[in-house]
Design a protein around this ligand. Sequence first.
Ligand code: PAF
Length: 281
Amino acid sequence: VKIVRSINAAYNFCRRSPTPTALVPTMGALHAGHAALIRKARRLVGHGGTVIVSLFVNPTQFGPSEDYHKYPRTARADHDLCKVLGVDIVFEPAAEMMYPPPFSTYVDEKMVSASLCGASRPGHFQGVCTVVLKLFSITGPTFAVFGLKDFQQCMVIRRMTRDLNLPIHLEFVETVREPDGLAMSSRNRFLSRAERAQAAVVHRALLAAKSAWRRGETRASRLRALLCKTIAEAPLARIDYAEVVDSDSLTPVRKADSNTVMALAVFFGGTRLIDNLWLRK
Ligand code: PAF
């Protein structure tokens, strides 16, 4: 695996690759969920293609009171995993290189990013879109691979890619879960033992609401109430949002159907976990 830290080098190695390339944008602290994205990237480009993983904790997507400084940074372990998985290029820029002062150009998607995490984390998706567009223009990939745990992020990037005519095929990969159902996330390591023991309630709540829907409950208000009731079974959990939304617009629906997604953000202490379930799946 080639570790590339400068934008010029990344530009040369990635953009000039004669074979198809697939980019997996990450903030590092890689886990089995990222490994699934990297394996998907390899399948997309084949053995002769180039798999690029970016490791960059992007400051612009964190709010002033969020965990940017605390976010896990595990470069050595990340490099080792990339090596094991046969990644060709790791792009690991410094923040000053990605945002040289004075930096004043940002990308704003204004619809899909308005609800859910966009509402509770103002500016978050502006930071995500800006860095993803920069990563796209630096590496010029044929494919880019993202995880569906961040469902809204996938939809925002899909809209940006369409609206800005970016010539990139997007691929979204199913959430990888721990045996008890907790979605894999770099932030899971911040959970205390007691919090970790209760955190699977997030997925359980989604499954409970989905089985209610399967049994014929289509009222979104009831499904939402069921999500909240199940989460309340975990005394250490505090709901940030529990929503039942349309999978395209991400706006709340009144009646749930197969295009509906249920989305949760739940705090355990200072750790915010998100998860979602698409009823059609
Ligand atoms: O999902 C993430 O890890 C980040 O939001 C991303 C897409 C790498 C942008 O910083």
